[in-house]
Design a protein around this ligand. Structure first.
Ligand code: NAD
Length: 476
């Protein structure tokens, strides 16, 4: 595996300190690769490179930038299988999930190739003075991008593509569990025409010190982070020192509300997707499933049948539906959520026990009768556990759904559109899946309210995270 060093200024370098760390295959617990670990001197070199490359990149026409991004989409689309394989190897997710992620990741290049040429502005007359109000957008400056392990490709391209479309240079720090996919994207970006230095990749086992150092470099203007709310809070504090532009995609605690008038098949399919996409290791994963008491028994039975039918194993096997969790810590946290819920009165309908053998596997699990006091009602499970509660009253379920510090995504299943839309509008969530278990779409603004984050990725809004608005007051 060749792309295991730091990628700075278009070169593969071992890093100033010469330190390395292991990346482990979660299905076999074998070491996949030893990767260079960046230090602050490497961050300085990466920022120097990004600054130099950005001055020329920002001066290129939007059409030229767009064409480079479009080529990146074409090249990635031609190599989806290679990327999917690497994602499975380092993250564990099964083949279909990995291919889905690679496709989704590539689509950000296509979407932002199209957005790059649509930057809008405004010329207006000032109401009192009669001066011209001219408004346009400029690249915000160098951006530091920090990404999680659950989507090693897509969480990176969702930031890189709009940053490049806007005219910014970037330094990206991928998660240390899964740096290989992002490193392997770099030769493809070179081939697409991204100039050396514009995108730099710094895996590191010392994330805190490395990122903090970059956030205090006066050339940096944007911090775009995807990860946990806890780390997001720390980065916001650090970003305050230089008043950086923050984009924060943080944790979630998605409620999934199934009304008695839902189409059962749609609700089961949607809940399976919302729960099991990426085996539950997603900020969008349905964390609390509220089912109307009139249909709870039938819903629980059918969901349990579907969960039991999933094949668990090494994601490299094409017949496998569910791979391992990313590491032992994540697996143990999921197991602890289940034990806690059961101790407080939940019933295990299927799964619920860590299997013997190698790999960080946890079986698809359904819990019914989950009490409001269970830890999994308040924190992200981040694993293949469907936690079902019942409700009888619409007002009550809206209150319970909103009773969390998070506000990323909610799901609603009902065939009564008037009622469904009224409920959607009362949910304090940045996104709602209505009769759908999947909201992620490069063409739509992805992001959360409350402590799920600040800003939006994708859609028209995604590029604005990397742009500043400039107003010129003019007379002529
Ligand atoms: P994490 O917050 O532990 O790590 C995310 C990234 O931050 C990694 O690259 C990590 O190395 C780095 N990091 C860790 N500590 C840091 C520090 N002190 N300073 C700077 N960087 C630091 O999150 P994770 O475990 O990798 O990912 C899971 C979390 O990400 C979940 O909470 C999930 O909901 C969230 N997530 C959110 C979205 C979204 O779009 N809202 C998408 C995917 C994941």
């Amino acid at each position: 595996m060749e792309c295991t060093n730091l990628y700075i200024n278009g070169q593969w370098v071992p890093g100033a300190g010469g330190e390395r760390f292991d990346v482990v295959n979660p299905a076999t617990e074998e070491v996949l690769a030893s990767v260079a670990s960046a230090e602050t001197a490497d961050a300085d070199a990466a920022l120097d490179a990004a600054e130099a490359a950005m001055s020329q990149w920002a001066a290129r026409s939007p059409r030229e930038r767009s064409e480079v991004l479009r080529r990146a989409w074409e090249l990635m689309t031609a190599r989806l299988d290679d990327f999917a394989r690497l994602i499975t190897l380092e993250n564990g997710k099964a083949g279909a999930d990995a291919r889905g992620e690679a496709t989704y990741a590539a689509e950000f290049f296509r979407w932002f190739a199209e957005e790059a040429v649509r930057a809008d502005g405004l010329i207006a007359r000032a109401p009192a003075s009669g001066a011209r109000i001219m408004v346009q957008h400029k690249p915000a400056g160098l951006a530091v991008l920090v990404t999680p392990w659950n989507y090693p490709a897509a969480m990176g391209t969702r930031k890189i593509a709009p940053a490049l479309a806007a005219g910014c240079g970037v330094v990206i720090k991928p998660a240390s569990q899964t740096p290989l996919t992002m490193l392997s994207l770099m030769p493809l970006l070179e081939e697409a025409g991204v100039p050396p230095g514009l995108v730099n990749v710094l895996p590191s086992r010392r994330s805190g010190a490395l990122v903090d150092h970059m956030l205090h470099d006066p050339r940096v203007r944007v911090i775009s982070f995807t990860g946990s709310t806890g780390v997001g809070r720390r980065l916001l504090k650090s970003a305050a020192d230089q008043v950086l532009k923050p984009a924060m995609e943080l944790g979630g605690n998605a409620p999934c509300i199934v009304f008695e008038d839902a189409d059962m098949q749609t609700a089961i399919e949607g809940t399976m997707l919302a729960k099991m996409r990426n085996l539950g290791e997603a900020c969008t994963a349905a964390n609390r499933i509220y089912v109307h008491e009139d249909i709870a028994e039938a819903f629980t039975r059918q969901l349990t049948e579907r969960m039991m039918a999933l094949k668990v194993g090494n994601g490299m096997d094409p017949t496998v539906d569910v791979g391992p969790l990313v590491n032992a810590d994540t697996r143990d946290k999921v197991a602890a959520f289940v034990s806690d819920a059961v101790a407080k009165g939940a019933r295990i309908e299927c799964g619920g026990a860590v299997p013997d053998g190698r790999g960080f596997f946890y079986p698809p699990t359904v819990l019914s009768n989950v009490p409001e006091t269970a830890d999994c009602v308040h924190d992200e499970i981040f694993g293949p556990v469907a936690a079902i509660q019942t409700f009888s009253d619409q007002e009550d379920v809206i209150r319970r759904a909103n009773n969390t510090m998070y506000g990323l995504v909610a799901y609603v299943f009902s065939q009564n559109m008037k009622r469904a839309l009224q409920v959607c509008e009362r949910l304090d969530y940045g996104m709602v899946g209505l009769n759908r278990g999947l909201v992620s779409d490069p063409a739509a603004p992805f992001g959360g309210m409350k402590q799920s984050g600040l800003g939006r990725e994708g859609g028209h809004e995604g590029m604005l995270e990397f742009m500043e608005t400039q107003y010129i007051s003019a007379s002529w």
